[in-house]
Design a protein around this ligand. Structure first.
Ligand code: TMP
Length: 212
């Protein structure tokens, strides 16, 4: 008998919403409760494609807007065999950003439709759960200065937030909105509960395909 598969759990949100902290806490909590869990993040800056993206984000190089969008997508696709392998082995994957960030950030640039942006990511492993850490961009800005990377300005982040709101209208994706304005522990409690439920539900179902 094949083992139960792991769940694909994604955390999304604007910058400073606490995604990375919450991903780490979730992986730790799942492991503590005896479940196999690992964290992944996109962009994965360790691969050759990831290094091109990283240099672009650090403003050390410039890339044409369509080109960098496709590189972000390729950076997800290159990890798909590994993701599928881990899920099949029963490992729960907790992912810091996914295709939704890809679409929200590029479509915040002038001249990019949501539809065009979604296309290259159609067919990726579909997350069983996408938790959106909801934080008003003004509150996010109050959490301290934005960094120096590309996209880290209040005006751009406000547009990104609007694009996420549009993406969340899509009922084919299992979105859950989490109020990220609370304490780290309060937010973690909700995330852990939702994740435990989805892990039980997903284990007997095949992995789906995103947006297809
Ligand atoms: P992070 O490594 O701090 O999460 O930042 C990555 C930046 O790249 C962040 O500003 C969001 C942006 N991004 C995209 O523009 N497209 C994508 O597909 C992803 C995953 C992130």
């Amino acid at each position: 008998m094949s083992c139960r598969r792991g769940a694909l759990i994604v955390l999304e949100g604007v910058d400073r919403a606490g995604k990375t902290t919450q991903c780490q806490k979730l992986v730790h909590a799942l492991q503590q409760s005896g479940r196999a869990a690992e964290m992944m993040r996109f962009p994965d800056r360790t691969t050759k494609i990831g290094q091109l993206i990283s240099s672009y984000l650090e403003k050390k190089s410039n890339l044409e807007d369509h080109t960098v969008h496709l590189l972000f997508s390729a950076n997800r696709w290159e990890m798909v065999p590994l993701m599928k392998q881990k899920l099949e082995q029963g490992i729960n994957l907790v992912v810091d950003r996914y295709a939704f960030s890809g679409v929200a950030f590029t479509s915040a640039k002038p001249g990019f439709s949501l539809e065009w942006c979604m296309n290259p990511d159609i067919g990726l492993p579909k997350p069983d759960l996408v938790m959106f850490l909801q934080l008003n961009p003004n509150m996010a800005a109050d959490r301290g200065e934005y960094g120096i990377e590309r996209y880290e300005t209040s005006a751009f982040q406000r547009t990104v937030h609007q694009r996420f709101e549009e993406l969340m209208q899509d009922s084919s994706v299992n979105w859950k909105v989490i109020d990220a304005a609370r304490t780290i522990e309060e937010v973690h409690k909700d995330i852990k509960l939702l994740s435990e439920c989805i892990i039980s539900l997903a284990e007997n179902q095949p992995v789906g395909e995103l947006w297809s």
